[in-house]
Design a protein around this ligand. Structure first.
Ligand code: ATP
Ligand code: MG
Length: 271
């Protein structure tokens, strides 16, 4: 996308974003609440039009293409999409209806191939045993995996995940990260963009990162160039220290500032 801005009333949600995702790249987007991450994903998913600028998605230009033809080529999993899924809908239906870009099963006829693909995806994401359960009865972790299976149903060329690990317990998060890491390393897998609040949630195999702040890009590019203490500090307006261990990142507040306000007895500081 080139010079993409999104304006709502007097508020600028995105400010002149230039960004390209190439085939095979796996991007993570980080930034504070309200930075515009979800809005950016909505544009990449052909759900929202830019107010100004050009959004080119999979060789098509938004505004000049039928979005209903474009959307099945993009897999999207997000909280707003989940909230549209009727809670009585079976897991199988939740996955299979993605083939038709709808969330509730009505009168569409699904052929055998769709159904077997849905079952295959359910197995791949560890929810095969839940295939007949109502979506509303699943745990948060199970829902997340069903959503990703759904997002992959159309064999998309681009996979967009908005906070896929939000609300998961430690085991659930690690399980999901492992699955996403496996997908990231699969050369056949679509280009991926994952939004998260936590550096710990950057799956292994991810290649690029974007840091967003107040609708603008602080840094974007190869993962190791972008995820630095300095860039993170600027993005979150808080002195942060980044650690990388075994391919996984963590961030903590830089020691002096983190403890300055709460320390009542002087103790050893610094690590
Ligand atoms: N229709 C709208 N009118 C005015 N402001 C809006 C509208 N839609 C979104 N916003 C604002 O735009 C900003 C960016 O929202 P967005 O959902 O993209 O942020 P985000 O980075 O995904 O945040 P979070 O981390 O909390 O999910 C927010 O401040 C939000 O309140
Ligand atoms: Mg968001």
């Amino acid at each position: 996308m080139a010079s993409v801005s999104v304006q709502r009333g007097s508020k600028t949600l995105l400010d002149s974003i230039d960004w390209q995702v190439a085939e095979g790249e796996r991007w993570v987007i980080l930034g504070p609440n309200g930075a515009g991450k979800t809005t950016l994903l909505q544009i990449a998913g052909a759900r929202v039009h830019p107010t100004t600028g050009v959004a080119g998605i999979l060789e098509e230009v938004m505004g000049a293409v039928d979005v209903f033809e474009l959307r099945p080529r993009i897999g999207l999993a997000s909280a707003s999409l989940t909230s549209q899924i009727p809670s009585h809908e079976s897991v199988l239906n939740v996955i299979v209806t993605a083939a038709y870009g709808v969330t509730g099963r009505w009168r569409e006829k699904y052929d055998q191939m769709d159904e077997s693909r849905a079952r295959q995806l359910a197995a791949g994401w560890g929810v095969a045993g839940l295939i007949n359960r109502p979506f509303g009865s699943l745990s948060e972790g199970e829902r997340k995996r069903v959503q990703i299976a759904r997002a992959l149903m159309t064999d998309p060329e681009l996979l967009l995940l908005d906070e896929p690990a939000a609300g998961l317990d430690l085991g659930g998060r690690e399980d999901l990260l492992q699955r996403l890491g496996t997908l990231a390393k699969d050369e056949e897998a679509p280009a991926m963009v994952l939004v998260t609040h936590h550096l710990e949630e950057v799956p292994a195999g991810f290649t690029h990162a974007m840091l967003l702040r107040e609708g603008a890009i602080v840094a974007a590019g190869p993962l190791d160039d972008v995820l630095t203490s300095r860039n993170l500090t600027e993005t979150f307006s808080l002195p942060l220290h980044i650690h990388k261990d075994n391919g996984r990142f963590t961030a903590t507040a830089a020691v002096e500032t983190a403890s300055a306000d709460v320390r009542d007895t002087p103790g050893p500081s610094g690590r």
